[in-house]
Design a protein around this ligand. Structure first.
Ligand code: NI
Length: 181
């Protein structure tokens, strides 16, 4: 990948901006909101991410995208239209949990095994300020919970149970993918 050709810098682990709590979007400022969302979509797609949150490109607002699709890192991921989520709240989480390997555009080179609820019911707003309630399960729920963490100043590194649940991308691709979690 030619990093010089990328339009948006990703804020990486250790940068204090990744530790801040994002503020709610004000829908009366729709011009700024549209441009923030466009930047977020571009930053995600030019890096091939399956999700992204606004603080990762230095925008301290509660905006994220869930965009599950199969790829080399997540071969079993379901295909979905990218879902834009503004001002989300978690209404409920399933008692059942799943341990899965996660990566993050803000934590290059590392993967971590993280246990999270298998399903969540969320409230969120779309670009026009319309409220939705949605149940997510499986991989899309996983992406949402990962991105939601960015809105509260957390990354997957905060969620691993122990340091032995962290591996490099190389080990993930060559060893972990071929065995079950
Ligand atoms: Ni992330």
């Amino acid at each position: 990948m030619n990093v010089a050709a990328l339009n948006y810098e990703i804020v990486e682990l250790g940068d204090p901006r990744l530790r801040e709590t994002a503020g709610p979007v004000n829908f009366s400022d729709s011009d700024n909101l549209k441009s923030d969302i466009e930047r977020l979509r571009t930053a995600m797609s030019e890096r091939g991410g399956v999700g992204i949150a606004a603080p990762q490109i230095g925008i301290p607002l509660q905006i994220l995208i869930v965009a599950s699709r199969p790829n080399a890192r997540y071969p079993d991921a379901p295909q979905m239209e990218p879902l834009l989520i503004v001002n989300p709240k978690i209404l409920s989480s399933s008692d059942s949990t799943v341990a899965l390997w996660e990566g993050c555009l803000s934590v290059p080179g590392l993967r971590g095994k993280v246990t999270r609820p298998e399903a969540v019911t969320i409230e969120y707003f779309d670009l026009t300020g319309f409220r939705h309630v949605l149940e997510l399960s499986g991989f899309p729920a996983r992406i949402f919970l990962h991105e939601y963490d960015h809105l509260i100043g957390k990354t997957f590194v905060d969620r691993v149970e122990s340091v032995s649940d962290l591996v490099t991308d190389k080990v993930y691709m060559t060893q972990v993918l071929s065995r079950s979690v």
